[in-house]
Ligand binder design. Structure first.
Ligand code: ADP
Ligand code: ZN
Ligand code: MG
Length: 286
């Protein structure tokens, strides 16, 4: 039997604001480690975030450019998880009220890839593995991001590539981001499932985390499509899990399974007020 690919992309794009999302530290890439940091972005107790208005404006601009509706009321939420790149042990993100929703990017074929939401959030720091040791650079912590989440509308690795190239071109053109995949200012989580060709129910998906090369995204999707098709062909079930793509050997490997899936215990960020965006502001950005 032939199996159809179903793919949805979650793309992180770093915004080109000069300062970070909740403090006045600089955002430029490539500085000496841990020089663009302050008590707010390294999460010292007693510090409070202040939302950078430029970040909200850039995110609205991004949303409008990909045909989104802008929510006139949205809010920030705490996403709790413990990892050394996140000194506060939570990331300030948006959960149930993202800034933008219901957009799309149209491909050359005329097919529309729906964008479910775009939310703003802070980036985490970066772990650097060197000579068996792990170092940490907090310069990236608090750099503003948007996350652009598509519906599971992508049906081939080529469509994924075309969608990402278009997204990159649009974000660069409107000056929202430089979208340099090799510098990590555009990164992708790739969700993949397969199903019999004439089916319209979704199969079990896997999620390949943190990809930053178009050609490897194409290879990873193709690998995963084949792997999952073979599992189903054998009468077995695909396991829902988070995967890492091995670039040297071209295969996907497990990072964590659904059983230890994270419960982020989202709650409203108490230190920030609701974001209200007036119709006039949205019109002005258009
Ligand atoms: P999360 O990854 O946080 O659980 P969602 O469930 O909203 O979030 O899905 C994230 C992404 O996975 C979206 O881009 C969505 O289109 C895609 N996705 C969801 N279900 C499937 C599926 N069965 N096959 C492929 N992609 C899927
Ligand atoms: Zn700072
Ligand atoms: Mg995800």
């Amino acid at each position: 039997m032939k199996y159809e690919l179903v793919c949805g992309l979650e793309t992180h794009v770093e915004l080109s604001s000069k300062s970070k999302i909740f403090c006045s530290c600089r955002t430029d890439f490539g500085a000496e480690p841990n020089t663009h940091c302050c008590p707010v972005c390294i999460g010292l107790p007693g510090t409070l975030p202040t939302l950078n208005a430029e970040v909200v404006n850039l995110a609205i601009k991004a949303g409008l450019a990909v045909n989104c509706e802008i929510n006139t009321v949205s809010k920030m939420d705490r996403k709790n998880y413990v990892y050394p790149d996140l000194p506060k042990a939570y990331q300030i993100s948006q959960y149930d009220l993202p800034l933008c929703k219901n957009g799309y990017i149209e491909l050359g074929s005329g097919r529309k890839i729906r964008i479910e939401r775009i939310h703003i959030e802070e980036d985490a720091g970066k772990l650097v593995h060197k000579g068996g040791d792990i170092y940490i650079d907090y310069n990236r912590g608090g750099v503003p991001l948007i996350e652009i989440v598509t519906a599971p509308d992508i049906r081939s690795s080529n469509e994924a590539k075309e969608y990402l190239e278009k997204l990159q071109l649009i974000m660069r053109y409107i000056g929202v981001s430089d979208c340099k995949m090799q510098e990590g200012s555009m990164r992708c989580d790739v969700n993949v499932s397969v199903r019999p060709e004439n089916s319209n129910v979704l199969g079990t998906r896997t999620e390949i985390k943190n990809m930053n090369s178009l050609s490897f995204i194409v290879k990873a999707i193709e690998f995963e499509q084949k792997r999952q098709s073979q599992i189903i062909e054998k009468g077995q079930n695909v396991v829902q899990e988070t995967l890492r793509y091995n670039e040297e050997l071209n295969f996907t490997e497990s990072m964590r399974s659904k059983e230890d899936a994270q419960d982020y215990r989202y709650f409203r960020e108490p230190d920030l007020v609701t974001i209200s965006t007036s119709r006039e502001t949205i019109e002005a950005i258009k």
